[in-house]
Design a protein around this ligand. Structure first.
Ligand code: ADP
Ligand code: MG
Length: 426
């Protein structure tokens, strides 16, 4: 099987690594890590013409689109119109990620549990609504409806904070058009996890659950990042909660989209928050999560490449084994991230302990030398018989990666209060 992986981040390296066990992998643009396991082509993920031409050149049986932006722009539709099998939804279905306001409407119609909300384009109306929720004893999350690079959500503790966030989005247009519509929703309180499913039209196959770590500093402090690490499984989740999330959050939206003629072929990602024992949907993404994927693929056995092809062709999805007990991925970042960073530092990689893979995210090849080229440079991903075992190996692997200014969170996969009380599950 010939698979083209579109994209060049840590998620795409992890996917290419898994696929390369069962398929011949090509990637565009790829990265230096992907180039070790696949043939790479210097075509940017947003270059639709270039991707069409590349597909003609290499004739892949399936194209897996990693990032959301090409999907939102219609790369899936464009390639499918040319007879190419694509893993990734149409632009119309990708609006589930591209418009949080539209996604909330779909959740309501489909009966998906989600926070009470209203959408606004008018500043005064939005402020008045937020005030009414605070008066009722709630806090609110203010969300730019469009794609805002993961920086478009403010969970406001006071009415003033909500007002400031609304002003920045609706009046000052801090996120441009992405913030021209905002969703104001009740803030929920609880823990979060991610549930990713392969969706082949109306058929759903959930992958092992994962949790990511979005804040920069230990203990979930500091600014938001693209993700500082991930763990799978999630020790505080019960099987029942995961089954409910599949039944109440994934399945109804897939059926609802299909009923509207929006056939979904790709990965559907639900960001969930458990409040008082109920899993609520915070958002949908229309692609694999980064860095969740770096842990999830480590737990998969044979069948993944076939399943990707099945989804792209809209067939029933073949079985995928879940083999490993636990995976932990630790992101090694550049000094200063998520603020201003410098790049171009030479990277040393020593021998990795057993069970460890390193997935490149922000690296480049300069005169045959590997150098830093982004904020998140690697994910060091380990498997083990327990989360604690995987965690120890991941940090041992991380210690083998060196460049000026390298740092990581120290608490990825650490057992936090209450986590050990419940049974581990997928
Ligand atoms: N209703 C909510 N209640 C509490 N926290 C929320 C709520 N909505 C979002 N958040 C917080 O903000 C983060 C980002 O929101 P999300 O909807 O996932 O948007 P995005 O990932 O596009 O930034 C969530 O992971 C969660 O921590
Ligand atoms: Mg999110």
């Amino acid at each position: 099987m010939r698979v083209l992986v579109v994209g060049g981040g840590g998620r795409e390296h992890a996917l290419a690594w898994k696929l390369s066990q069962e398929a011949e992998v090509f990637s565009a643009p790829g990265n230096p890590g992907i180039a070790q396991i696949a043939e790479t082509f210097p075509v940017r993920a947003d270059n639709e013409e270039g991707m069409v031409a590349l597909c003609e050149q290499i004739a892949p049986e399936v194209v897996l689109v990693g990032p959301e932006n090409p999907l939102l722009a219609g790369l899936g539709d464009r390639l499918r119109a040319r007879g190419v099998s694509v893993f990734g939804p149409s632009a119309a279905a990708a609006a589930l990620e591209g418009s949080k306001a539209w996604a909330k409407e779909q959740m309501l119609v489909a009966g998906v549990p989600t926070a009470h909300h209203q959408s606004f384009r008018d500043f005064d109306a939005a402020v008045a609504y937020a005030a009414s929720r605070f008066d009722g004893g709630r806090q609110v999350a203010v969300k730019a409806s469009g794609a805002a690079l993961g920086k478009g959500v403010v969970v406001a503790q006071t009415h003033e904070e909500a007002r400031d966030a609304l002003e920045a989005m609706l009046v000052d247009r801090e996120h441009g058009e992405a913030g021209a519509t905002v969703v104001v929703e009740d803030a929920l309180v609880g823990r979060e996890f991610s549930l990713l499913a392969l969706v082949s039209e109306t058929e759903v196959r959930c992958l092992p659950v994962a949790q990511d770590y979005k804040r920069a500093l230990d203990g979930d402090h500091g600014p938001n990042t693209g993700g500082m690490g991930s763990v799978s499984p999630v020790s505080w989740l019960t099987e029942d909660l995961v089954a409910r999330a599949e039944r109440e959050v994934i399945v109804p939206i897939v059926r609802h989209l299909a009923a509207q003629g929006l056939d979904y072929r790709g990965c559907l990602f639900a960001g969930l928050l458990v409040e008082d024992g109920t899993p609520y949907c915070l958002e949908y993404n229309v692609r694999f999560g980064d860095p969740e994927t770096q842990s999830i693929v480590r737990r998969l056995g044979p069948g993944f490449a076939q399943a990707i092809l099945d989804v792209a062709e809209g067939r029933p999805i073949g079985a995928i084994e879940v083999t490993r007990d636990a995976a932990v991925s630790v992101v090694v970042a550049s000094g200063g991230y998520p603020g201003t960073i410098e790049t171009g530092f030479p990277i040393d990689i020593g021998p990795m302990p057993e069970g460890v893979e390193i997935f490149h995210a922000g690296t480049a090849s300069l005169d045959g030398c590997l150098v830093t080229a982004g904020g998140r440079v690697f994910a060091v991903s380990a498997v083990g018989s327990t989360v604690a075992d995987a965690r120890e190996r991941a940090y041992a692997g991380g210690a083998q990666v060196g460049f000026a200014g390298a740092w990581c969170r120290r608490d990825i996969g650490a057992c936090t209060k209450g986590q050990s009380a419940s049974r581990q599950t997928d």
